[in-house]
Design a protein around this ligand. Structure first.
Ligand code: SF4
Ligand code: SF4
Length: 84
């Protein structure tokens, strides 16, 4: 699953630079995650980096973007091949 930032986000800016896929961006009111780029950090890290650093725990798994580990790794392969 891609992850989702809820409206409890306090715009602290901590998560954005931690994302290895550049999936986090400043939205209209709070930070947002591009589900096309979020791999749950699969391929890069064992744990989701944004979840690790968010001080208010406002990041959840996105129920509208359910993906298997294989799909997440395929997304990782696509992203890294596009950017390298
Ligand atoms: Fe980025 Fe990883 Fe968070 Fe997804 S889980 S938004 S890839 S830091
Ligand atoms: Fe929002 Fe959490 Fe990211 Fe801070 S770390 S900008 S509170 S989602």
């Amino acid at each position: 699953m891609a992850l989702l930032i809820t409206d409890e986000c306090i715009n602290c800016d901590v998560c954005e630079p931690e994302c290895p896929n550049g999936a986090i961006f400043q939205g209209g009111e709070i930070y947002e995650i591009n589900p096309d780029l979020c791999t749950e950090c699969k391929g890069h890290y064992e744990v989701s980096q944004c979840l690790e650093v968010c001080p208010v725990d406002c990041i959840i798994v996105d129920p509208d973007h359910v993906e298997t580990e294989e799909e997440l790794l395929a997304k990782y392969e696509r992203i890294t091949s596009e950017t390298s």
